[in-house]
Design a protein around this ligand. Structure first.
Ligand code: DX5
Ligand code: ZN
Length: 220
């Protein structure tokens, strides 16, 4: 099980300190939500923030691009120190060349799917992926309520993974808290992005450990 606190819910005046706090918490990944004000109705931060936090979080930096033109961003984000890069299946014809490009840059390859998008859209790409990210809220903002109707997608991805003998991770993102983490883990998720429910806690380490423990016991 991987717990990935989302920097979107951290204190934006203190990115370095917040990344260091995430490191000390023992979280396996730090999730970075990149929003361009076009693919989603919000703007967050760019590659320079990845570069700034790189020295403070020493494990994997998980970059989620909610952007209309990721082709102009893959190199800057790689150069800034990202370990994995996730793009969205809603980009259509651009998806194949983008996945190929991320792979060629030597990064972990992720593909995300929004709540209204059918999971069948992801099926043709599965063999090329290290991570499939199921959006469990509509992307753009932290702190939204979990959409339960997305859970069958998690189950379908787990079934395909078994059927096809693949080993991509199943990551859930949005509205993950100490209750919804259990539902997701029961359906087959193994990687949990959580912003509000982790970063807003005083003791981040305890919150990460609690979330990991709940995921492990729900999956057992
Ligand atoms: C939503 C982002 C999420 C967000 C999750 O657009 O992709 O990663 O940070 O935040 P919470 O956990 O607050 O829903
Ligand atoms: Zn995200």
């Amino acid at each position: 099980m991987i717990i990935a606190p989302s920097l979107l819910a951290s204190n934006f005046a203190r990115f370095g300190n917040e990344a260091a706090r995430a490191h000390r918490s023992g979280a396996e990944w730090l999730h970075l939500d990149v929003m361009d004000g076009h693919f989603v109705p919000n703007i967050s931060f760019g590659a320079e923030v990845v570069r700034a936090v790189r020295p403070y979080f020493k494990r994997e930096l998980d970059v989620h691009l909610m952007c209309s033109r990721p082709e102009i961003l893959l190199e800057p984000f790689t150069e800034a120190g990202s370990d994995s890069i996730t793009i969205h299946v809603e980009l259509g014809a651009q998806v194949t060349p983008l996945l190929w490009k991320i792979r060629s840059l030597g990064k972990r390859v992720g593909l995300a799917v929004n709540p209204p998008t059918n999971i069948a859209e992801v099926r043709p790409y599965l063999k090329k992926l290290d991570v499939v990210l199921i959006m469990t809220v509509n992307p753009g903002f932290g702190g939204q309520p979990f959409i339960h109707e997305t859970l069958p997608k998690v189950q379908q991805l787990a079934a395909w993974r078994k059927e096809l003998g693949l080993n991509y991770r199943i990551e859930v993102d949005g509205g993950i808290n100490f209750e919804t983490v259990k539902e997701c883990a029961r359906c087959g998720a193994d990687t949990f992005v959580a912003g509000t429910s982790l970063f807003h806690r005083k003791n981040l380490g305890a919150a990460v450990r609690r979330m990991r423990k709940l995921a492990i016991s729900a999956a057992a």
